[in-house]
Design a protein around this ligand. Structure first.
Ligand SMILES: *Cc1c(COP(=O)(O)O)cnc(C)c1O
Length: 426
């Protein structure tokens, strides 16, 4: 059977159902083509993409510059392994470290691998630099976190589906309430073996749960005061999504190099993935300064594909596009417009309780129980009306279009969303 033989969405769904593991529950949209903010299904129906592959496609589908960089490199050399050098990796590392203002970068492929990498660096730093007794290091994490799917990462999740029957779990993590500075202060003063704090600046998977503006700066301050590494998982929030280059930039208006801005909470370990490649290829990375990164020596960490020349070429172009097209500024302006337009609707709605988020990472909370199917039904109706979004955590719908969306398109989407919600008002 050939891909060209797939003539209908149902046929594609049936194939996945029969031959694929059932580890996802997708909306029944079978996408065949993407360009900018749009995707098309097998039948040729056109949709606005309001998920952007969980914020991986910030630069828009099939960005010609990113695809161009990828195919050029793919026709030259794709993989050398790190047993040898390649002529692209160092150029990418120089580019990305200057872009984010860190001394060094460690390249991986997926987000979960980058989180694992940060955990390993943090523990090693704790034993070799901070002087914590070996195997005693603890890392503070937060309730309702999402950091990926490896056995260690799900060990500190509190999502039943992600955890149940995957034990025994990796020890060494202390979980406290999110957006609760007092709890963090207490755990840091009660426990002298804490090596780091791993935090999402906005909890994307938990439903775009957006903390108070003071939370991340307080995490940063408490980490500094307690000689603990501040690890920011910006895999979903980073790379212009929240209207700044990084969500830890807070509400500063600059495009990168936020060092000089008072709102910038500089992480000790910055974790990136998803939009680092504009969704073209799996690329992730951890960035840190020398005093931290130097704990990793040859043979102590690695990945066959990490830092391959295609990944390096794609990531460099993807970051360049973010700057050239001013995607952070666009996300900021259109995000404000999106929330204020939806707020007007919500003021007189009985089906939606609230809209929240920052930049173009937003969500609405549906006025129904967490186990209700209302959000799913609304997403099915949105699909009918030409907009793809996915429920997260039962009654929450995330709205995260590619950041290349323009004002006219955004307002068109606002009316699709409003008209769809109207069908559900009681
Ligand atoms: C998506 C995501 C991850 C995991 O990335 P994968 O590439 O799926 O392994 C980790 N952390 C956050 C915040 C994410 O959104």
């Amino acid at each position: 059977m050939k891909v060209e033989d797939v003539k209908s969405s149902q046929q594609a769904i049936d194939l996945e159902d029969k031959y694929g593991a059932h580890n996802y529950h997708p909306l029944p949209a079978v996408l065949k083509k993407g360009e900018g903010v749009f995707v098309w299904d097998v039948e040729g129906k056109k949709y606005y993409d309001f998920l952007s592959a969980y914020s991986a496609v910030n630069q828009g589908h099939c960005h010609p510059r990113i695809v161009g960089a990828m195919s050029k490199q793919a026709g030259t050399i794709t993989l050398t392994s790190r047993a040898f050098h390649n002529n692209v990796l160092g150029v990418f590392e120089k580019y990305a470290t200057e872009y984010f203002n860190f001394d060094k970068l460690l390249p991986m492929n997926t987000g979960a691998e980058a989180v694992e990498t940060a955990i390993k660096i943090c523990r090693k730093w704790a034993y070799e630099k901070k002087g914590i007794a070996e195997t005693e290091a603890q890392i503070v994490v937060f309730e309702n976190n999402f950091h990926g799917r490896t056995t260690t990462i799900i060990s500190f999740s509190n999502d039943e589906g992600a955890r149940k029957n995957f034990g025994p779990y990796t020890p060494g993590f202390i979980k406290i309430a999110y957006d609760d500075t007092a709890s963090l202060e207490k755990v840091l003063s009660d426990n002298k073996n804490i090596a780091g704090v791993l935090v999402e600046p906005i909890q994307g998977e938990a439903g775009v749960y957006t903390p108070q503006d003071s939370f991340i700066p307080e995490v940063k301050r408490l980490c500094n005061e307690n000689e603990v590494l501040f690890m920011a998982d910006e895999i979903q929030t980073g790379i212009a999504r929240t209207g700044a280059l990084l969500a830890v930039c807070g509400k500063c208006n600059c495009q990168g190099h936020c060092e000089r801005q008072p709102t910038y909470s500089r992480p000790d370990l910055l974790i990136l993935g998803k939009a680092l490649s504009g969704g073209a290829y799996p690329v992730s990375a951890v960035l840190a300064d020398d005093t931290i990164m130097e704990v990793i020596q040859p043979g102590q960490h690695g990945s066959t594909f990490g830092g391959n020349p295609v990944a390096a070429a794609v990531a460099m172009e993807a970051l360049e596009v973010v700057k050239d097209e001013q995607l952070a500024q666009n996300a900021r302006a259109l995000g404000n417009l999106f929330r204020s337009e939806l707020q007007k609707y919500i003021d007189q709605s009985s089906i939606v309780n609230l809209v929240r988020g920052r930049g173009l990472l937003n969500a609405i909370v549906i006025n129904d129980t967490e186990d209700s199917s209302t959000a799913w039904k609304i997403c099915m109706a949105l699909k009918e009306n030409g907009l793809l979004a996915k429920p997260t955590h039962g009654n929450i719908i995330r709205f995260a279009p590619p950041l290349v969306i323009n004002k006219e398109q955004l307002l068109d989407c606002v009316s699709i969303i409003k008209n769809t919600l109207k069908e559900f008002e009681k």
